[in-house]
Design a protein around this ligand. Structure first.
Ligand code: 13P
Length: 248
């Protein structure tokens, strides 16, 4: 398996026609990528994206999953529903979900467990708020979030998880964490994972950086030893920009 993983998080962007076109543009530009390439698209674009990525090295991802297999959960989507769409990866616990939709460490954990049990791979997002960074709480926050997300998850399932460290103050703001800062915080996260699962499993865990990562700064971020990939928002919506990140 390729170690580094670059995933586009399209968020709530692109209709079916735009999805088809964007993937058509991205595919030839990333075909020789030395990392895994994923696009996490809105639910309503999954079918279109699934067809568009056929025969390419691009993998399909979704942006959320519910913890129950089915039932009275209006507006939610189950892991089996995603699998039926041939989804391989799902983002869980994005800061926008934490901020606007009441996602908590406990719900992130429940969604992650359900996704893994069903056979999906999960991109678990964690990251501190600006206020937390400015008051010196970054380590405390990311350790709490990683412990919360991993609660009750078996060591054997760790290989189905990718962690995305996304400092909230760097998302969509054009303000990127310095490569050193990103590296240092990811090292703190990895140390917490080591406490839970031991050194080998922690070293094997892939941890992405996310937050205003783009064509210009990808190579210096990816050069850092702790950073195993990126979760890309804005820059994943333009084929050339996304390809430049993928080909860091
Ligand atoms: P931007 O790349 O737009 O800052 O978004 C990052 C992000 O939230 C990816 O999940």
């Amino acid at each position: 398996m390729k170690r580094d993983i670059i995933a586009g998080n399209w968020k709530m962007n692109n209709n079916n026609a735009q999805t088809k076109e964007l993937i058509k543009q991205i595919a030839p530009l990333v075909k020789d990528a030395k990392c895994e390439v994923v696009v996490c698209v809105p639910f309503t674009d999954l079918d279109t994206a699934r067809r568009a990525i056929r025969g390419t090295n691009i993998k399909l991802g979704a942006q959320n999953v519910h913890w129950a297999p089915k039932g009275a959960f209006t507006g939610e989507i189950s892991a089996d529903m995603l699998l039926e769409q041939k989804v391989e990866y799902v983002i869980v616990g994005h800061s926008e979900r934490r901020q606007y939709f009441g996602e908590t460490d406990a719900s992130v954990n429940a969604r992650t467990k359900a996704a893994i049990a069903a056979g999906l791979k999960v991109i678990v997002c964690i990251g501190e708020l600006l206020e937390e960074r400015e008051t010196g709480k970054t380590a405390e926050v990311v350790i709490r979030q990683i412990n919360g997300a991993m609660a009750g998850i078996e060591k054997a399932d760790l290989k189905k998880i990718v962690v995305a460290y996304e400092p909230v103050w760097a998302i969509g703001t054009g303000r990127t964490a310095t490569p050193q800062d990103a590296n240092d915080t990811i090292a703190i996260i990895r140390k917490a994972v080591r406490k839970l699962y031991g050194k080998t499993a922690a070293n094997a865990l892939r941890i992405q950086y996310g937050g205003s990562m783009n064509a210009k700064n990808a190579s210096e971020l990816m050069a850092m030893p702790e950073i195993d990939g990126g979760l890309i928002g804005g820059a994943s919506l333009k084929a050339e920009d996304f390809a430049k990140v993928v080909n860091y």
